[in-house]
Design a protein around this ligand. Structure first.
Ligand SMILES: Cc1ncc(COP(=O)(O)O)c(C=O)c1O
Length: 342
């Protein structure tokens, strides 16, 4: 296989064109057999519900070239399940899990030359989405849907990878509300977060850290990633909240933390606890683990690690997770699925 000519070691988390995407259409109650398309554009009716009423859900996962040269994805069945929870919440049809897996295999195989080489730190980001394409003017679910999967090679989400970032607690804008759709991966949550994210960046921080929308007392998550802190006793704690996206990375890190004796706990975390943590991080498919250097809450700032270096807990968790993802460590959890060669 001839690999694409890209500067693999210096990729950012941005869109780069690849050759093919896979598209399935839902009509009259079922999905079709899907097509492999070279088109970057979607012909869309101007009254499609995704444009007006937010019928849009997506996922994000990665394919990793393994140490042994094979290609694997990480826990994609969990992405399939979460996509279906998203679809259910906004009245879109389910994508059968085997169809989701088939789509992943097809899109990765069709774009093999864009899979970043092992050891470069880059990965092939996979973006499945479901959108309402049927035309409506009244607020109603569509009668036609598109399930599309594209891929793009990416580097780290936060520039610098394992380089620590600065968070600021956001007290004005909410990303999601209790009883809303914050616990699923639908586009509106991200639109709601854009303003807080820009505000944080304009003030010199990397990202906003949200509080629960009701009481503004408890930690929720950061814009594109879950949050965890490490207590003075070395315990891994992460917010439990109905408006946080259940992160597959976070679920995995809790298993790894258990393995490391860090007694992981998911619970409501009062914002003041940030001042007692000895280390903290953001986690997600894109963020992997991004160590947190500081959190600013009102006029107080707390720092972790020694400034430029990630804290020891983040470093340990990061290496264990990434070693499993890259096939450097055996996978005792059954998280890795090899993509079958066509
Ligand atoms: C809002 C939000 N939280 C958390 C995550 C991390 O989830 P995961 O680890 O499944 O990628 C993401 C990314 O998918 C996200 O967009």
């Amino acid at each position: 296989m001839q690999r694409a000519d890209l500067d693999w070691k210096n990729l950012d988390f941005g869109f780069r064109q690849t050759d093919y995407n896979i598209r399935y259409t839902w009509k009259d109650g079922s999905w079709d057999a899907g097509v492999t398309s070279a088109d970057q554009y979607i012909p869309l009716h101007m009254a499609a519900t995704c444009l007006h009423y937010g019928q849009e859900a997506f996922e994000g996962l990665k394919a990793y070239e393994q140490k042994d040269g094979s290609v694997a994805v990480f826990r994609d069945i969990e992405n399939a399940r979460r996509l279906n929870r998203s679809c259910e919440k906004i009245y879109m049809p389910q994508v059968p899990e085997d169809l989701f897996i088939e789509a992943i295999d097809r899109v990765v195989n069709a774009n093999r030359k864009y899979i970043p080489p092992y050891g470069t730190g880059a990965t092939l980001y996979i973006r499945p989405l479901v959108i309402g394409t049927g035309a409506r003017v009244g607020v109603k679910p569509a009668d036609e849907y598109l399930f599309l999967v594209f891929v793009t090679p990416v580097g780290p989400y936060f520039k610098g990878g394992l380089t620590p970032i600065d968070l600021v607690v956001e007290e004005v804008f909410d990303r999601a509300s209790p009883g809303g759709v914050g616990d699923v991966k639908v586009g509106g949550n991200y639109a709601a977060g854009l303003r807080a994210s820009f505000k944080a960046k304009a003030a010199g921080y990397t990202e906003a850290l949200y509080l629960d929308a009701k009481e503004k007392k408890f930690l929720d998550e950061s814009g594109p990633a879950n949050f965890f802190g490490i207590t003075g006793e070395g315990q891994y704690v992460t917010p439990r909240s109905g408006s946080v996206l259940p992160s597959i990375t976070n679920m995995s890190l809790q298993e790894i933390a258990r393995e490391m004796g860090m007694n992981p706990q998911s619970r409501a975390i009062p914002v003041e606890e940030i001042f007692g943590f000895v280390d903290a991080g953001c986690c997600g498919t894109a963020a992997v683990i991004t160590p947190v250097k500081s959190i600013t809450y009102r006029d107080k700032k707390v720092s972790y690690g020694n400034g430029s270096e990630p804290g020891p807990w983040c470093t340990k968790l990061y290496h264990r997770l990434v070693r499993i993802q890259l096939g450097e460590d055996p996978d005792p959890f059954g998280w890795i699925r090899k993509i079958p060669q066509p």
